[in-house]
Design a protein around this ligand. Sequence first.
Ligand code: CA
Ligand code: CA
Length: 426
Amino acid sequence: MRRSMKLFSAAVLGAILGLESAVLPYSTVLASQPTTYRAFEVGPGLDNLSAADEMADYQWALKNNGRIRRTQKYLNIDSLDSIYVHRDENGAVDQVALPPIGPGNFATSSTDAVAGIDINIQPAWKQYDALEQKREIIVAVIDTGIDITHPDLKDAIWVNSDEIAGDGIDNDGNGYVDDVNGWNFFDNNNSVYTGSDDNHGTHGAGTIAATRGNGGIAGISDNTYVKIMPIKALGTSEGKGDTQAVLDAIHYAQANGASICNLSFGSTHSDETIAKAIKDSKMLFVVAAGNGDANSVGYDIDKNAVFPASLPYDNVLTVANLMFDGNLDESSNFGVQSVDLAAPGVYILSTCADGKYAYMSGTSMAAPMVTGAAALLYSATPTATLSQVKNAILSSVHPLDTLSGKVLTGGMLDVDAALRALLGTK
Ligand code: CA
Ligand code: CA
């Protein structure tokens, strides 16, 4: 019986269980290190993904052999038990006392991983690594800032070679002084990393392009060719941003050579100027579908639109969040018109601020999976258009019954199949 859970907000429950948590755009921080999260068991359940990246064993999204189990504790208290309820003379409840909480008040449930529920990256890497011709591509991560000195990210960060650092001059004449690695539209300066407020963007960047083979985790795309342009438009640990910052960020990305934008944020309020900027752009926008309502229950964004996820434009790819058992996460939004496909987004291990690693969950983590895949695909072909890259991803999804009627393609990201579709290889 879980009926009493409704009496507690997620934040209160988290505090009772002693978990670290924070509210972030389309994500939840679960723990600072994989081994300190007590409420579920994970890893090392995966093997031989990327031998030189010791944390890659925990990246179930990239290779899932079914050996992970999530065990969740939840409060199991009948708070309406008569001893906790005081009634007035008319029999109406006028006071409810919180019951004491002991070990007997917790129950557990578990979810087992299913082998093969992953993005099938390993054969794609093999194919990509063997290609003779690859091209460079810039991916804008419009988000919080990014820890650009993180050991797993420092080689992945875009460098504006036309700008001279620290001379106080806008050398390239793009309107921004000393924008050597991007721009901070939240604070209106050139600091694309400000500290722990920047976990969210740092996490997405790691999924897209963390260095493979140098310790830590493995990123999806190869940062020899794929560079991340950090554009800070969200600030504070709540990840709030404003319309103008996002709008300026999109324009900056476009003007400075980005081809793909990762947008792991959104709002229930539409904004015409942002919609127009996306519609008029040549870039491909990979967008998180959103993490449900105030109770973190996912809903149909065809009926109740979320922006920019619900925008109907050809250059928008919207991504739902898949759990490692092949079900959409309970919190993930969906929509057979608005949401294109699903990708792993629960217990995703990636880079965080201050050179750290952390698990985070949400559609914010699912979108960068598709962004990383799109970047790898674009880099793999000298001539493919972004539209062809998008179509290759959509036409080659791994179909799942659980996604039928929930997302346009009825499937999850399959990078190897997409690469084969794009290259015409078998
Ligand atoms: Ca400049
Ligand atoms: Ca690494």
